[in-house]
Design a protein around this ligand. Sequence first.
Ligand code: FA5
Length: 369
Amino acid sequence: MDPNELADRALDEIAAAADEATLEAVRARYLGRKDGELTRALRGLKDLSPERRAAEGAAANEAKARVDGAISERRAALRAASLERDLGGSREDLSLPPRTVRLGRLHPISRTIREITGIFATMGFESVEGPEVEWDYYNFEALNIPPDHPARDKFSTLWIENTAEVALARTADGGSGGSAPAPAASRPMLLRTHTSPMQIRVMEQRRPPVRVLVPGRCYRFEATDATHETVFFQTEGLAIDEQLSMADLKGVLYSAARQLFGGARKVRFRPDYFPFTEPSAEMAFDCIVCDGSGTTDEGNCRTCGATGWIEWLGCGMVHPKALERVGYDSTRYQGFAFGGGVERIAMLLTGTPDIRLFHENDLRYLESV
Ligand code: FA5
């Protein structure tokens, strides 16, 4: 057949091809290397005389080029249509900027706990954790605070009602019920008011030398203000060894303060009273809001209660009675302990004027500090 007629027929079929597979079949039929109709026509040229070959060859090549071009065009059109179908007809604007990915970050309290544990780790304190639901025995009695001791008033306590049930659950999951003397049903239980019960738990389980730092949640049933929450964190430190003194305690705490604030805050260290340490002391830093003056432009500083100081911790030398209760020889071993508020440090580090800002979970604030 005449190559031009072949090409016209091929063009009709190409235009009618509804998908790429059909188009490929058309291509093979006309341009297939072995049996394509146009291919065969071109191949037959070699048997013609030189004059006819020149004339018919030109026409045949032109016909092939027409078919080639039509196939490429149709293929591109079919691809575009199929892509359009895949996108469901929607129009994506690829020039739009990508959505911003919101990266998570640590809560300022978690950050502060890591900072504090890191600092004490450099001084050899290993981090350990303990239960938030605690026996009265560990929270009070073993710390020289028997039932009617006035020091209990300082720790407004949230009590657990069904102690026997909780005790059973504890035993079932392998938790330690401790060495409190009374049977479980009559043993009062509470949400720990401080991390100091871990002093006793750690000493029960280890022999000196001991050096631990215990971060953890504490609970007190009290009204909140700029420096008090009902749920807050403390870090408890405990060191027991031969020949430890108050000078070691002070050195460790002053070193931590320097590492936390680089000397930027004033420190107040003065006597205090705790039934489980003797002697006892407390440590405070000058207030970040009023710079220690106790007043601001609006009057009394509400962050520090006009005292000029923000208390960090209570501390002291572990009471010999507490050492003996866990079987340590108090003539040979001494030790010091301290328990400080994590939020208070976070306030000082981030310039936060009210502790409640940490727990309101307003991301606008938390992301800004
Ligand atoms: C105690 O809790 C003692 N266990 C500290 C201690 C440990 C003394 C070891 C001796 C040896 P206090 O009640 O003062 O002491 O609390 C210690 C620190 O916890 C406070 O200085 C404060 O920083 C923080 N704190 C106490 N109550 C709250 C509260 N309601 N909200 C936020 N932080 C608190």
